[in-house]
Design a protein around this ligand. Structure first.
Ligand code: NAI
Length: 256
């Protein structure tokens, strides 16, 4: 049996992924604020350390896969803490256990929002590993009315982190593919508020056009993650795979 740690298993995409993995016989170690095998708050350094320590204890120091699904989409600096530092700390903390497995795999969740305008100082501080500096720059962005740029900042920084580390001796050198799935709009509790009124929905459809099959169910995104962390994926790394109904292709156009 493969042992796979998944964050965000109490809801949405993480929950769907845990279901798919368990159905194929994998052992899932779920991490979330509550209703999980490991209950920990990934927004704080203490919570992240607790999560890493608990997972390492449960897997005996050898882990076949890690998928970081936990995330938030508020217009506050919590997005930076959870979506960037919560994800990268979890992956870095569990990396030695991945390196000890025969066919280790890792994946994270980006977003089409990672292609939207970000706050450059926040992205830079994230990539420099300076959490408090990133949060201070984020607070200033909130004060000047740019809070909505923090989620894109967290996802853009995460995609850039992935591109940097995936080819290093610690990841590629240890045989660990590391990729992201970047969804468009997925029907989960996170996106519920977007459907609160017709105006918001129209704004969202303009921002994230999905000509192929519209909004996605969480299982669709989970299927892509499932393949990325399967033994079949021996050579794909550093990729941000858009599972977005054509949003990225529409917005960025034909130049690749
Ligand atoms: P969701 O809200 O259904 O699930 C997120 C899970 O993360 C929840 O169970 C929540 O408790 C957990 N979580 C949040 N903060 C945490 C913390 N501090 N510590 C531990 N766990 C925490 O959301 P959904 O839609 O499943 O989102 C999963 C990922 O997909 C997120 O990274 C999100 O940014 C991303 N995404 C979602 C999209 C959507 O339309 N739903 C679109 C693009 C990306």
């Amino acid at each position: 049996t493969r042992k796979i740690a998944v964050s965000g298993t109490a809801s949405g995409i993480g929950k769907a992924l845990a279901g798919l993995l368990r159905a194929q016989g994998d052992e899932v170690i779920g991490i979330d604020l509550k209703d999980a095998d490991v209950c920990a708050d990934l927004s704080t350094p203490e919570g992240r350390a607790l999560a890493v320590e608990s997972v390492l204890g449960m897997c005996g120091g050898v882990l076949d896969g890690v998928v970081a699904c936990a995330g938030v989409s508020t217009f506050t600096t919590l997005t930076v803490r959870v979506n960037y530092f919560g994800v990268t700390a979890l992956l870095e903390g569990l990396r030695p256990a991945l390196a000890a497995a025969p066919a280790p795999r890792a994946a994270v969740i980006g977003s089409i929002s990672g292609t939207k305008p970000a706050v450059p100082e926040v992205v830079r501080a994230c990539l420099d590993g300076l959490e408090e500096e990133a949060v201070e720059s984020g607070e200033r962005a909130v004060e000047r009315g740019d809070g909505r740029k923090l989620y894109p900042s967290s996802k853009s920084a995460l995609a850039q982190w992935l591109r940097r580390v995936c080819v290093t001796p610690e990841w590629a050198g240890c045989g660990i593919p590391l990729n992201a799935v970047a969804p468009g709009v997925v029907l989960t509790p996170m996106s519920d508020p977007l459907f609160a009124d017709e105006e918001m929905r129209k704004a969202m459809d303009a921002a994230v056009p999905m000509p192929l099959n519209g909004y996605a169910e969480p299982e669709v995104v989970a299927e892509a993650l499932r393949w990325l962390v399967s033994p079949a994926n021996s050579h794909m790394t550093g990729q941000v795979v858009y599972v977005d109904g054509g949003a990225e292709a529409t917005l960025r156009g034909p130049d690749v």
